[in-house]
Design a protein around this ligand. Structure first.
Ligand code: UDP
Length: 476
């Protein structure tokens, strides 16, 4: 018992195995290690292999003696694309293969695990923890506003909002989500809720996993009180113990030793892709705030017609642009061959790479705006950098996030489900010039609040200390 008290608490962190989840949960892992905790981070074999082959992430974490990676299968075939709306397939693989592997690992791992921090989208982690009598804290990588919509899915069904009928007026206000009555439209519901089939497995999975959160020891959100305070008050009525500790990438920067702070945004991207740094040299040659950064994250796929529409919009706006086009991001056929004017326009004004060091790009002085899919990490990264956004959401929480960006936080424009070259052109020009002043003003104010929250004495900073103390008490 004496020994036990002297050794640091052992935390096992288990993310849903996709980029956005791995990224933010690795940041939390690093923060806990910096605070003196022992951390085991679970990767899928597939993701671990990518980290080793394409990045320096595994080597970077090797400098922490109290950190280790362990791997489990994700249950998908090696050649599975793992992109697009494939949440159900990943869920199925995890239940069949990963759940038993996680359970077996927890039984044998030494020193024993004092606390599991499980991805809140994976309800089964809570079941495994309860069976083995290990406390589980859930980490939600999505916005808390989306969490809240997921939480009230039974009420949306009861009120007849879900299923969505074929002739639904998508601009109709939903009205039954507490705190969002005046602005949440049907088209702003998370993609999984916009279903015609109430038995839809994505809907059922997110609804069930989210309801389970009230059984967890506590809930962690990568957000901060000044951003989502009103919705967090609603969530606290159901799940009282909440730690808001974000934006995590900014919190990590605060807490890294002085000599590592400057490298934080270039080194801590935790990417599963090889980063092409040539775009930084290209940005160095551009004028201040003249470039629109275009990236739709790690999962979004688009048709070739959509690609061409966005491309025309960018070229026709006559602005400079840096565009991330992942090789696996364009699906299906259709659209014309790439017109020469797009190729010429890109040579003149644009720069394309497969994958960029995004945090560093957003913090670069040449960036003036961000055309984004509104993934939660990307939203927070843009917000901390004070960069106004144009939102083109793809799935999951992105529809809600983009509504908040456009309507509540006034940090940019919500293109939503439209993909039209004229709209892209107009919005790019609005954000870069016509309406720039108003967006930059609110973006700077929000960036200031974000940075204050992770500074010593700020709400997220203090909440992380409280979380660490909570975990330490579990190991006594
Ligand atoms: N990202 C990156 N380089 C890129 C594109 C994205 O490092 O070229 C990172 C980005 O900084 C973010 C993550 O990938 O941290 C994407 O997460 P997000 O939640 O925004 O979207 P998801 O990929 O989960 O849809």
């Amino acid at each position: 018992m004496e020994d036990r008290k002297q050794s640091p608490p052992h935390v096992l962190i288990f993310p849903f195995p996709i980029q956005g989840h791995v990224n933010s949960m690795l940041k939390l892992a690093e923060l806990l290690v910096l605070a003196g905790l022992k951390v085991t981070f679970i990767n899928s074999d597939h993701n671990h292999d990518r980290l080793v082959r394409f990045t320096d992430v595994v080597a970077r974490f090797a400098k922490y003696p109290s950190f280790q990676f362990r791997t489990v299968p994700d249950g998908l075939p090696d050649d599975h694309p793992r992109a697009g709306d494939m949440v159900t397939e990943i869920f199925d693989g995890l239940i069949v293969k990963t759940k038993p592997a996680l359970r077996d690992l927890l039984v044998v791992i030494r020193p024993p695990v004092d606390c599991i921090i499980g991805d809140g989208i994976l309800g089964f982690v809570l079941d495994v923890g309860q069976e083995l009598k290990i406390p589980v804290i859930q980490f939600r990588t999505i916005s808390s506003c989306c969490f809240w919509v997921y939480y009230v899915i039974p009420d949306l069904i009861e009120a007849g909002v879900i299923p969505i009928s074929g002739n639904e007026d998508m601009d109709r206000l939903v009205k039954v989500v507490p705190g969002m009555e005046s602005f949440l439209r049907i088209r702003d519901l998370p993609s999984f809720c916009q279903t015609k089939n109430i038995e839809d497995s994505s809907l059922q999975n997110v609804a069930m996993a989210t309801r389970k959160s009230s059984r967890a020891h506590a809930l962690i959100f990568n957000t901060f009180e000044d951003l989502e305070g009103p919705i967090l008050s609603h969530i606290r009525t159901e799940c009282p113990k909440i730690y808001t500790i974000g934006p995590l990438h900014a919190q990590l920067k605060t807490r890294l030793p002085e000599d590592q702070k400057n490298k934080a945004s270039s080194e801590s991207s935790n990417s599963l892709w090889a980063v092409d740094r040539s775009c930084i040299s290209w940005l160095d040659q551009q004028e201040k705030q003249s470039v629109i950064y275009v990236s739709f994250g790690s999962i979004t796929v688009m048709t070739r017609e959509q690609l061409i529409e966005i491309w025309y919009g960018l070229v026709n706006s006559k602005r400079r642009f840096l565009w991330i086009v992942r090789p696996d991001s364009v699906v299906g056929h259709g659209g014309e061959d790439i017109p020469q004017e797009l190729i010429e326009g890109t040579k003149e004004r644009g720069y394309l790479v497969d994958w960029a060091p995004q945090e560093e790009v957003l913090a670069h002085w040449a960036i003036g705006g961000f055309l984004t899919h509104s993934g939660w990490n990307s939203t927070l990264e843009s917000l901390v950098a004070g960069v106004p956004m144009i939102c083109w959401p793809y799935f999951a929480d992105q529809q809600v996030n983009s509504r908040y960006v456009g309507e509540v936080w006034k940090l940019g424009l919500d293109m939503k489900d439209v993909c039209d070259r004229n709209v892209v052109e107009r919005m790019v020009n609005d954000i870069m010039e016509e309406k720039r002043e108003e967006f930059v003003k609110s973006a700077r104010e929000m960036a200031k609040l974000a940075k204050e929250s992770v500074s010593v004495g700020g709400s997220s900073y203090c909440n992380l200390d409280r979380l660490i103390e909570d975990i330490r008490l579990m190991s006594l």
